[in-house]
Design a protein around this ligand. Structure first.
Ligand code: GLY
Length: 449
């Protein structure tokens, strides 16, 4: 079994041995980039290098990038803790070529790393290529031919997909291009490429993406126009948590050494046994583990929970975790213990965590104390609410109550949705928006969140 530290190191070493500069992770909060809330891929710190606006003393690089995907293009918050793969925080391993090598080498490197260095079983893999789509680019026959040559795969294991899956862009603007993905069939004896595309089972069995190779060829501008980049380039992203799943012989990312220790800590604090199931308790422990990582990393970069922008996103995440702890019957502040476990486990790779340890501890505890003071009163407000809106036979929490929960008690709207799912009601979002707009008017345009 390879530890996640060994996998991370082996990836960076493999590319360093092939003349790639080892570059430290860029920050989660991209400096001077209003188009992006958080770094969501390894290429973010190299964005201007791809477009030719910035030059570096190297034309090949490799990194392990801290990423957060919560809102916008790659929004998965509702699935976190429910599926085996979704996270808010994760690490992306990547290799990059800035006008140096292109498809042929990128594909060969990826294959050699997976098969020769990591020892993955090629029988469990399929690859995808871009099948062409109006408004994007023609079919990537070149990539398909290289894959065939490098892997020896028959055509049915080189699968053509549309732009939704095989055209990568960081956001609405920026460098982009067709991509090829390597997918792995986990935990099944019968490996049939014809089942590719079927949803994996809740426990994680089935096909899932391990590595995405983006053939950067264009820059997309506001309004949708695409111009060719000065030189075709390579941007790849492989989720460390996912590779750890394969190498550690487990089904869920939450059972890898990256997350399981935090899940176990949540279990220890709550006194509830973790059974790696889909039970509400187990989902709650996984949510806590994921959100503790986002909490520790964002605070280490100077983002503190508050009412607007990134700070509000952090507050949402922290309060969701705290609410899940409350559900598990944890009555004392606990999230700081989980965040400090993240510092302990990842501080050697991301030293900023260690430097800001005391701050992570203090801010997390303060936020939990603040939220816990109102949590019970907020839940009481929901159960005392007599004015359920009748939404086609289902109960819906009126906008007025939802807004009070948000404004007075600090319950982010998506947290109310979480509670609604548990207790069997919807939230009247339109009513909430109307209340919010009125409050904004009352405070003469000053922002409330
Ligand atoms: N930039 C490649 C990826 O995120 O998959």
């Amino acid at each position: 079994m390879a530890s996640s530290s060994e996998i991370r190191e082996s990836f960076l070493r493999f590319f360093a041995e092939r003349e790639h500069e080892r570059v430290a992770s860029g920050p989660l909060v991209p400096p001077n980039d209003p188009t992006l809330m958080f770094a969501n891929a390894g290429m973010v710190q190299f964005k201007d290098v791809f477009t030719g606006k910035e030059s570096r003393p190297y034309s090949r690089a490799t990194s392990s990038q801290k990423c957060i995907r919560i809102s916008g293009k790659h929004n998965d918050l509702e699935n976190v803790g429910v599926t085996a793969r979704h996270h808010t925080f994760f690490e992306m391993l990547g290799n990059f070529s800035f006008g140096n090598y292109f498809k042929q080498d990128a594909i060969k490197f990826a294959w050699d790393y997976f098969i020769d260095t990591l020892g993955l079983d090629p029988e469990r893999l399929v690859v995808t290529v871009f099948g062409g789509e109006e408004g994007f680019a023609p079919a990537d026959d070149e990539a398909a031919a290289i894959w065939k040559d490098v892997t020896g795969f028959p055509d049915e294991r080189i699968i053509r997909c549309g732009a939704k899956d095989n055209f990568w862009q960081m956001g609405d603007t920026g460098p982009c291009g067709p991509c090829s993905e390597i997918h792995y069939c986990l935990g099944l004896d019968d490996i049939d490429p014809r089942t590719f595309g079927e949803e994996p089972a809740a426990d994680g069995r089935g096909w899932f993406e391990l590595w995405n190779l983006v053939f950067m060829q264009f820059e997309r501008h506001a309004g949708g126009r695409m111009d060719p980049l000065p030189a075709p380039s390579i941007d790849t992203g492989a989720g460390l948590e996912r590779i750890a799943v394969v190498k550690q012989g487990v089904l869920s990312n939450y059972d890898t050494d990256l997350l399981r220790p935090i899940v176990d800590l949540a279990s220890e604090i709550s006194g509830k046994r973790y059974r790696a199931s889909q039970s509400e308790d187990d989902v709650s422990m996984r949510v806590i583990a994921d959100h503790a990582r986002t909490t520790a990393f964002l605070i280490s970069e100077g983002v503190f929970p508050d009412k607007e922008g990134r700070a509000y996103v952090l507050r949402r995440v922290m309060r969701r975790a705290i609410r899940h702890g409350h559900r598990l019957g944890i009555h004392e502040p606990f999230l700081h213990h989980c965040a400090l476990r993240v510092v302990e486990d990842m501080g050697d790779v991301y030293p900023q965590l260690v430097e800001r340890r005391a701050l992570i501890d203090e801010i997390t505890q303060q936020e939990e104390e603040r939220f816990r003071r109102t949590l019970d009163r907020g839940l009481q407000l929901i159960s005392d609410n007599k004015e359920w809106i009748d939404a086609g036979g289902a109960r819906s929490l009126p906008g007025k109550v939802a807004f009070k929960l948000y404004d007075t008690y600090g319950f982010p709207l998506d947290l109310q949705n979480v509670i609604g799912e548990e207790q069997g009601f919807d939230v009247d979002h339109a009513g909430f928006d109307a209340e919010l707009a009125q409050a904004r008017q009352r405070s003469q345009g000053s922002k409330v969140g």
